[in-house]
Design a protein around this ligand. Structure first.
Ligand SMILES: Cc1cc2nc3c(=O)[nH]c(=O)nc-3n(C[C@H](O)[C@H](O)[C@H](O)COP(=O)(O)OP(=O)(O)OC[C@H]3O[C@@H](n4cnc5c(N)ncnc54)[C@H](O)[C@@H]3O)c2cc1C
Length: 304
């Protein structure tokens, strides 16, 4: 059922007039800003500093994906260089999160690897790290391979793994020896049943099993990326007896009171802060995760 709802919401948000309302009307943009820090790096840094003030380090994600030419890949690279520089210049406690398709992965893996390696070195120079977001399943193998190579060369990377993919326990075993941080999330794309768990219960069970596995790896920094109370509780319990650090990660604007509670409880929480002009695909995934967000939008549209 959830898969059906996800497909419907993703299909609806692809309609040109829906996209137009979100991106071109004042109310559409206002609703979107609930989930996105703004369209500029300056706005993102402001939000990042506020998060730091509230006790949360951040991960800055300059929105965009699937560029199809070298100039656009280099432009994405430049925007991340600017983000790393701004983290250093403003004393932000934060790192960056990058999608490989932003760096040209689908048309030139060599270019992507060069750019990613350069970003990793610049992040290291600024005393910080870089996380590779995980995109849809057509990219999983390539993303893992790229992570292995660039992490081996630099040592300051992390990667997101998706609990809904049936392959993920093997992927975790494959990347664990490399150290780094492992962001464990449920997964945000519409994947077929042949390779992915589709029911909420199956995904949650898979997530909890991965929590146990990742917490048992003292050489890894587990980043528990969920807004699900039961998964948060499972993480705390799986971490009992762990001597090394771990953290929670949550998306900007989602379950803010839970975020505050986790910080108040003395647990580490990183806020994932997306920003930039290309925010629409990000917004559609947040809608698909929680179709109630569409109602929030419709109510706002009619001023209620
Ligand atoms: C820091 C971070 C990084 C991520 N990186 C990736 C990635 O690289 N690749 C990837 O595929 N996915 C990524 N995701 C998304 C993730 O895979 C899930 O799609 C998303 O987090 C929703 O799952 P959940 O664990 O919060 O659980 P759910 O069961 O979906 O949600 C639990 C509760 O959280 C609240 N909630 C969840 N989502 C929303 C929303 N959109 N709007 C409002 N409330 C909501 C609701 O109250 C819901 O009941 C990331 C998530 C986080 C937090």
């Amino acid at each position: 059922m959830k898969g059906f709802v996800v497909r419907v919401v993703l299909a609806v948000t692809r309609w040109r007039w829906i996209r137009w309302i979100f991106t071109r009307t004042r109310v559409g943009r206002r609703v979107s800003l609930r989930f996105v820090a703004g369209e500029t790096l300056v706005e993102a840094i402001q939000v990042a500093l506020e998060a730091n003030e509230a006790g949360m380090p951040v991960s800055l994600n300059c929105l965009g994906e699937h560029v199809s030419d070298e100039a656009s890949a280099r432009a994405s690279f430049d925007s991340y260089v600017a983000a790393i520089d701004a983290i250093g210049a403003n004393g932000v406690d934060g790192n960056i999160s990058v999608k490989l398709t932003q760096l040209g992965f689908v048309f030139d893996e060599g270019l992507c690897e060069t750019l990613l390696g350069d970003l990793a070195r610049r992040a290291a120079g600024a005393g910080t790290t870089l996380t590779i977001d995980m995109e849809d399943s057509t990219l999983t193998d390539g993303t893992l391979g790229m992570y292995e190579r660039v992490q081996r060369a630099n040592g300051n990377l992390g990667i997101a793994l998706q609990a809904y993919l049936k392959r993920t326990p093997q992927d975790l075993a494959r990347v664990a020896p490399l150290g780094g941080h492992i962001r464990l999330c449920k997964g945000a794309y519409d994947e077929p049943e042949s390779i992915a768990f589709r029911s909420r219960r199956q995904v949650n069970d898979a997530y909890d099993a991965l929590l146990e596995a990742v917490m048992a790896e003292e050489g890894l920094m587990p980043a528990i990326a969920t807004h699900d109370d039961a998964r948060v509780a499972a993480a705390v319990s799986a971490a009992e007896g762990r001597t090394a650090a771990y953290e929670f990660q949550m998306l900007y604007g989602i379950r803010v009171s839970l975020q505050e509670q986790i910080v108040a409880d003395g647990l580490a929480l990183r806020s994932y802060i997306p920003y930039g002009e290309a925010w629409y695909p990000y917004l559609t995934r947040r809608m698909a995760e929680r179709p109630a967000n569409l109602w929030f939008f419709i109510r706002a549209l009619f001023g209620r």
